[in-house]
Design a protein around this ligand. Structure first.
Ligand SMILES: Nc1ncnc2c1ncn2[C@@H]1O[C@H](COP(=O)(O)OP(=O)(O)O)[C@@H](O)[C@H]1O
Ligand SMILES: [Mg+2]
Length: 422
């Protein structure tokens, strides 16, 4: 049980940490790519603006004039290029190696991306009538366009490196977190495991200590009941009630002791041997025949093959006895209980089927829980503590098997015990 808890805790811890790391990596990635882009756009804008004064010269003097204009030449870098256009969008001159083949967009300012080339286009205006600033109106005339381009290859390489770095960092961090998580879960579960262990020991000790006085009471009652003439008639009924309550307490202490001991067991108990399962089933059914007859229930054993399993005979008997007891207990007079056995690969499946009261689908997940009983079964007429199925399941698990249940309310139930073949 603690192994499962440890794995779940570890997995939850790792999932949370991976999510936190993932989110922070994404945040770093978004922040870095945005600032790279911003930087690139600013560079392009500065270059284009620096080239604005040269447009006039390019228009009048042609290509040779661009080699003399200083402001943009100082900013110009290897992977950048500049293009000068007239007001109609006709190319006048170009400088650089990389050019976008996108058609010119004739707007005031626009950024475009084509493959690994980013371009920024700005419109250039000149004052036609120098200043009519009086009424704050300036007549601007479109002179042309400047388009600055830059390769984004280096930025992309830098971002690719960043992704690899973040991925690697995350993987290394996760390895350290996993080591830390193992240690932390160990630390967190140790006290719980210890107190659980103490609780099991306490249950085992308490049930063990209870058994002796209860057996003494039971023996005393038997002795008293063997001399009915000495009992006052008004006390006889009370004595029967005391005897029944004592029996119930003895069986409770035995069940608790069994569960506490099997919970604490690490290795399978000694005394396991190869047994014929059909023999165990025959013997168990024999025990219930009188009870079934008394209740008017047909108890049938379908043809079953001889199959060897490895286990402890008394425990296996107890497992099937609990299932058959339930089947008889929760089936009304005239009903039937059928026990059958089939082989499935390396498993033997024993079916205990009844046409009794059945179990509501919403209750099915709880039937194997300790002390769980369906409301309908809580009537004082049906004796029981709700430990029978828990014990049956514990025994099945101990033998490397399992129990499953299928049931329909009002139609009956079928319990299937899977045990590995020896
Ligand atoms: N064959 C069955 N048919 C209907 N209900 C069942 C059957 N077996 C078990 N149950 C339900 O599961 C509950 C738990 O069973 P169990 O652990 O054997 O406890 P108990 O028999 O002492 O009540 C029962 O109280 C009953 O409600
Ligand atoms: Mg029972």
């Amino acid at each position: 049980m603690f192994q499962y808890l440890r794995c779940r805790l570890l997995l939850s811890y790792l999932t949370v940490m991976a999510a936190v790391l993932g989110t922070s990596s994404i945040a770093v990635y978004v922040f870095v790519t945005r600032s790279h882009e911003q930087h690139l756009n600013n560079q392009l804008l500065t270059l284009a603006q620096a080239a604005v004064p040269s447009l006039k010269d390019v228009k009048t003097e042609g290509l040779q004039s661009i080699n003399q204009d200083l402001p943009w030449r100082e900013l110009f870098k290897r992977d950048q290029s500049l293009e000068w256009f007239d007001a109609n969008g006709k190319i006048l001159a170009r400088k650089g190696k990389l050019f976008s083949t996108l058609p010119l967009r004739r707007t005031d300012q626009i950024i475009q991306q084509q493959g690994q080339i980013r371009t920024l286009t700005i419109a250039v205006y000149s004052d036609s009538h120098s200043s009519v600033v009086a009424n704050n109106l300036q007549h601007l005339e479109l002179e042309g366009y400047i388009r600055a381009s830059e390769s984004t290859k280096e930025t992309e390489i830098a971002i690719a490196r960043l992704i690899v770095g973040l991925g690697l960092g995350k993987a290394i961090a996760l390895i350290f977190i996993a080591i830390g998580a193992v240690w932390l879960t160990q630390q967190a579960l140790e006290p719980i495991e210890k107190s659980f262990q103490r609780l099991k020991e306490f249950t085992a000790d308490a049930s063990h200590e209870l058994r002796n006085p209860l057996t003494a009471i039971s023996t005393a009652i038997e002795v008293m009941q063997s001399h009915p003439e000495r009992i006052h008639p008004s006390d006889a009924k009370k004595l029967v009630a005391i005897a029944s309550a004592t029996e119930q307490l003895i069986s409770l202490s035995e069940d608790l002791l069994f569960l506490a001991r099997t919970d604490a067991a690490v290795a399978p108990p000694a005394g396991w041997k190869h047994l014929y399962l059909n023999e165990i089933l025959y013997n168990t059914i024999e025990l219930f025949k009188p009870c079934a007859r008394e209740k008017g229930i047909t108890l049938k054993l379908q043809f079953i093959p001889s199959i060897l399993v490895n286990g402890e005979p008394t425990q296996l008997k107890r497992l099937f006895a609990n299932l058959i007891d339930n089947a008889i207990k929760y089936t009304i007079t005239g009903g039937s209980v059928i026990i059958s056995m089939v082989q499935q690969k390396r498993c033997i499946v024993v079916r205990v089927e009844d046409d009794g009261i059945g179990i509501a689908p919403e209750y099915l997940p709880f039937v194997f829980q300790r002390f769980w009983r369906a409301d309908k079964a809580r009537s004082p007429k049906t004796k029981g503590l709700g430990l029978g199925l828990a014990i049956a399941q514990t025994i099945a698990h101990q033998h490397g098997g399992k129990i499953t249940v299928s049931s329909t309310l009002g139609e009956g139930s079928c319990f299937q015990v899977y045990l590995p073949i020896a």
